[in-house]
Structures are given as C-alpha cells and as structure tokens.
Design a protein around this ligand. Structure first.
Ligand code: GLN
Length: 454
C-alpha cells in the first residue's frame, strides 16, 4: 500500500501525511508477535488503514486541513486511534479533508483538494474526501472518517465506496478535533460492507473520556452482515422518504435509486412511502446549529495554546496576536461559519435563530420516530448528485451546502446511517450511493440491509 501511495498519490492527493517508517515498524512488530505464536489481536490485525486528519495520533502531524495547526504534533492518541493500534491495524497516514471538516468537496482544505480516482477532474466529496479517495484508489483497504452532516456518507457515495455514521455516541469523540459537538460522529469506511462492519466493531463502544458516549455493548454488525448475505429481505419493511427524492436530485441518481428499490422488492422487502414533512427545514436548521457550535469550539484556536502564532512581538497585545493569527490561520469558509454562529448566538438573536433551529431539530427527530413505526429502515440517495467538477461550486456556498440535502436529517436526529454503492449513474457514468438509515442503536438492521448490496 505504501508503494501504491507513492505511485498514485501525487495525482489523487488523498494523504496529507504518510507515516511510512512508522507503519513499517508497526507491521514488523505485528509480524513478530505472530511468529512468536500469539493469537491475532483482531480480525483486522495487520490490515492497513488511512486515518482522517482530524483524529489525533501521538507524535504524528495533525492539521484538520487548516493552516492553524500546521506543524502541531499531538501529545496523545484519540480513543479511536488507540483502539486501532491495540487491534493491530496499521495506520498508513493522515488523509485530507475540508478545513475543520467544513465542506463537501475537500476544496476547503488549506493544503489543496483531493481528486476523485474515478475522474481526476472531479471532487471526491467532503469533508472526508481524502479517506474515501484513498479507498477508491486502492491506497488503503480501510479508512476512518467523521460525519457531522454527511462527511462520511457523501464522499462514500461519490467514490463508490462504503461509509457508515454510527448512532451519535456509538464511537468515542475523544481526540477528535471538534466541529459541532452535538453532531460529530466517527465512523468506519471501506470498499465493501463486511470490511466496514469489521472496522465498526473495532472502533465502537463506550468511552468514559467522552461524556456523550453511550454505555451499551458494541453492535454485532459482522453477524448482521452475514445474515444480510443470504439475500433475503422478506418480512422487512423499507421506507422510501418522500422528501428525499425529486427536486434537486440528478436524473441518473434517481434512476439508480429506483433500481435499488426494485432489487429490494425482488429480495422480498415490502416498500412503503414515508412522509417526513419537516425534512425540508433540515438544511436551514443545520446551518444555524453547526455554525453556532463551531464558533464556540474554534474559540480555542487563540494563538496562545497551540498551533499558529502570527505577529508575536513585545509590543503586540494578546488581542492583536489573536486577531492576526485567526485572520491568517482560518480559511474563508471557516470564517464565514464563525461569523454566522457568533451572530446566531448573540443576545438579541439567540431565540430567533438558534432557539428556532433547535425546535426544528426536535420536529425532525419526531418525523423519524413516526417513520420508524411504519418501516424498519429508511432509504434515500446518499448524495443528490454524482461527483462534480473541481472548482464548479467553490465560490457558491449555498450550492455546496445543498450536497448535504439527504444526509443532514439523520445527523440532526443522531441516528445511524450509511452509504453503499448502488451502481453508476446512466447520465455521468459515475458512482451513486444508496443511503440506509436505521433507528438509534439500529446498526445491526442497517448493516443487514446494506449487505444485500455486496
Ligand atoms: N458538508 C457538511 C458541512 O459542510 C458536512 C460536514 C461534516 O459532516 N463534517 O458542514
């Protein structure tokens, strides 16, 4: 895999940092343990992985795609990083992302965009485009992503790979640089559903270091995949969300989605249409809640504690250094969201904006609850469009935000959701992803349905 990275990553640019020597040393030590007769640490022992550069690994550069953290070396491991190392998964390096995970194309990375291996002129999705592209380019068989509004599912969709966002609290956020704490979730990515499930079981589980972590056993998703591989969906009710198809969705995407529905019918599933009337407000609510939380989370980048420091001199005040550093360290999308969030949270507007958005969030959660009385899982396209050209939407934030149309409702509700490839779009010949959404803690049924797409 290191050879493959050396051969293709100049074009793809999936990685921000390749830990070559470290990975080889780790592999050699795993090999040695095996020679000594020790049992494998996990089903994934010795398998290489690409880590999104928003999870910390002790002593390995971590930038979150921002100039703000250039050159910073974390002094500790994220819980997920530690679990991977304990399971003897070999970490190949850190993958590219939109700055602080804000974006849908990786074009907001301060280190240049990642390119989609299916067509190097196209975006690989975002924010976790680096992880998804590393999988699609065969630079790594496993990857870790984070999903706040779709950053695992939309990149999986546009690169023809698999990515799952667990139930909120299912995987520890300790050591993940925070974007929006009430939405952020770490998840597994791979080229097939079984590998994704194997990785899910390695990273999942309760962590006392994350106060929102759920104290429940890790879902048995590998068994669920085996169940799904029997290709039998009889007795399963699958809900097609009326609001997540139609206006704004590309023709080739809808065609591929309809074909997937037909396949599920043939496998014995009963298809029902479900109505989620408040989903139309999901994007608006998300783009108030997320900036509000991120304006607060990003206040820690104050030029004093870590990372970039600009304009430091005996004559400069702390405020001047902070303002110069934040002015130069953050890119335009990050600044836009900090300003929007600070405004939405300000005294005179808090109730009107942040308060209303929270109410909408509750209504969306209730829509899901009602829908799950009618269906076991819900489905939709994962992304309204296939991969678009690099540069096409970069100057139009609203057009960029619309890429998250299908993924944001699930994020606001905290439910598990994943994207599996459903084929190529007839109009662009590029991959389309099917989104499968389950009730909270319903990972097993989600993986079971996903496995019928292997
Ligand atoms: N594209 C979405 C955004 O820009 C999702 C980001 C994410 O999930 N990290 O906010």
């Amino acid at each position: 895999h290191l050879d493959r990275i050396a051969a293709v990553d100049e074009d793809v640019h999936a990685f921000l940092h390749v830990s070559g020597a470290r990975a080889l040393a780790q592999a050699a030590s795993i090999d040695q343990t095996r020679r000594e007769g020790a049992p494998a640490a996990s089903a994934l022992a010795g398998v290489p992985l690409a880590l999104k550069d928003i999870l910390v690994q002790e002593g390995v550069p971590t930038t979150a795609g921002s100039k703000m953290l250039q050159g910073w070396l974390p002094p500790y491991d994220a819980t997920v990083t530690r679990k991977l190392l304990d399971a003897h998964v070999v970490i190949l390096g850190k993958t590219n992302l939109d700055e602080f995970a804000m974006g849908s194309s990786t074009e907001n990375s301060a280190y240049g965009p990642t390119r989609n291996p299916w067509d190097l002129t196209k975006i690989p999705g975002g924010s976790g485009g680096g992880s998804a592209a590393a999988l699609a380019a065969f630079e790594a068989p496993l990857a870790i992503g984070t999903d706040t509004g779709g950053s695992i599912r939309q990149p999986a969709s546009v690169t023809g790979t698999v990515g799952a966002k667990p139930t909120y609290g299912g995987v520890s956020r300790y050591g993940v640089i925070a974007l929006a704490s009430s939405l952020d979730q770490v998840g597994p990515c791979a080229r097939n559903v079984l590998d994704t499930a194997l990785l899910h079981e390695v990273i999942g589980g309760h962590d006392p270091r994350d106060s929102t972590s759920i104290n429940r056993p890790v879902p048995q998703v590998v068994n669920a995949v085996k169940k799904g591989q029997s290709q039998d969906l009889s007795g399963m009710k699958i809900g097609v969300v009326k609001q997540l198809r139609g206006a704004g969705y590309q023709k080739g995407v809808i065609e591929s989605f309809d074909a997937a529905v037909e396949t599920m019918t043939k496998l014995g599933a009963e298809i029902v249409e479900v109505d989620c009337p408040h989903f139309q407000y999901a994007l608006a609510a998300y783009y108030l809640i997320l900036p509000s939380e991120c304006s607060s989370n990003l206040a820690r980048f104050d030029a004093m504690r870590y990372g970039l420091r600009v304009g430091d001199s005996p004559a400069a005040s702390a405020e001047e250094v902070m303002s110069l550093t934040r002015g130069q360290g953050f890119g335009p999308e990050v600044k836009r969201r900090i300003i929007l969030g600070a405004y939405a949270l300000s005294a005179g507007y808090y109730d009107a904006y942040y308060g209303s958005a929270q109410k909408v969030r509750t209504l969306i959660r209730q829509d899901f609850e009602t829908a799950y009385t009618q269906a076991d899982v819900l489905i939709s396209p994962a992304s309204p469009v296939t991969a678009f050209a690099i540069g096409e939407k970069v100057n139009d934030p609203m057009a960029m935000y619309l890429n998250d149309l299908a993924t944001i409702p699930g994020s606001l509700a905290g439910i598990p959701a994943m994207s599996v490839p459903s084929g190529l779009a007839s109009d662009t010949q590029l991959p389309v992803g099917l989104q499968i959404m389950a009730p909270a803690l319903g990972e097993e049924v989600m993986y079971q349905v996903a496995a019928t797409f292997e």
